[in-house]
Design a protein around this ligand. Sequence first.
Ligand SMILES: Cc1cc2nc3c(=O)[nH]c(=O)nc-3n(C[C@H](O)[C@H](O)[C@H](O)COP(=O)(O)OP(=O)(O)OC[C@H]3O[C@@H](n4cnc5c(N)ncnc54)[C@H](O)[C@@H]3O)c2cc1C
Length: 311
Amino acid sequence: MEQVVIIGTGCAGLTAAIYTARANLSPLVLTGAMPGGLLTTTSTVENFPGFPEGIDGFQLMQNLQKQAERFGARVQFGHLDSVDFSGHPLKLVVDGETIISKTVIVATGSKPRALGLPSEEALEKHGVTYCATCDGALPQFRNQPLVVVGGGDSALEEATYLTRFASEVHLIHRRDSFRASVIMQERALKNPKIKPVWNSVVTEVLGVAEKKVSGVRLKNIETGMTSTLSCAGVFVAIGHVPNTAVFNGQLETDAGGYIQLREGTRTNVRGVFAAGDVADSVYRQAITAAGTGCAAAIEAERFLGEETENY
Ligand SMILES: Cc1cc2nc3c(=O)[nH]c(=O)nc-3n(C[C@H](O)[C@H](O)[C@H](O)COP(=O)(O)OP(=O)(O)OC[C@H]3O[C@@H](n4cnc5c(N)ncnc54)[C@H](O)[C@@H]3O)c2cc1C
């Protein structure tokens, strides 16, 4: 029987792996389909503490994995197919094989929702991004016109944040009013750099041949008219989907599908903890994921200490 199984190898999972490995718990760490997690999809990470010149996202995640393995973490390619958390020990089915464990740390992250355009995919890392806090300050976006797609709180927050760097921010929304809270709307709409484009959708991101975003093609869904808009970056802010489908019916989630935490990183199931973006609809940063990964590891370790007599 395992002491700790960690699901996911993003910042949350690998930080939990470092802590539980150093506590001699020899964690089994499952990579899922994306070893290293979301940060491997970005180039330079400029806001992770400790790297004054920034660090390549892939390199950072390799470092975290090596650090965890140095203390005895067992990182294994594997996808969690289903769980049975109805009793103890906890049961997990990984690529058809059943694993039993005393504790589980869920660190499966979330996926940013994409527009679903081939040109968007082609220009990811070349001006198309899903995180203003992460990428807004990059030199390529400074003093340039930028586009934000979306109409909810995050879109308006991202647009407002980007006005610190951009010459102007075009906020493309498919309806004629925002879904965001009134306070966010007031703040965004009184900012002279934010220019809403109503009733419109992006049908193409321009610049594929040059491998650099140069604009977007828009369609007004009321009139059917198309137009183009020059910009150096497209920030897609139409929501995130937490990777929690595999826990349906077993772990409590909120209306958006994020795992609901009780005290600290505890879930509704004894011995199951959650960390990182899978339980965080607010911050979604590498350092916050690492922080909660640390917290989940400490809580799993304490749980094992307190509950040893039960096994
Ligand atoms: C383009 C982009 C750029 C970013 N840049 C920055 C930045 O500069 N700075 C910053 O702080 N943040 C940045 N972020 C945000 C940051 O990447 C996330 O906050 C962070 O990766 C969250 O870590 P996590 O461990 O919670 O989840 P993730 O990194 O999403 O990792 C989830 C892990 O779970 C695994 N998994 C999922 N489902 C299963 C399953 N069923 N079975 C097994 N494993 C599974 C995946 O394979 C993956 O290993 C960026 C995000 C994006 C999209």
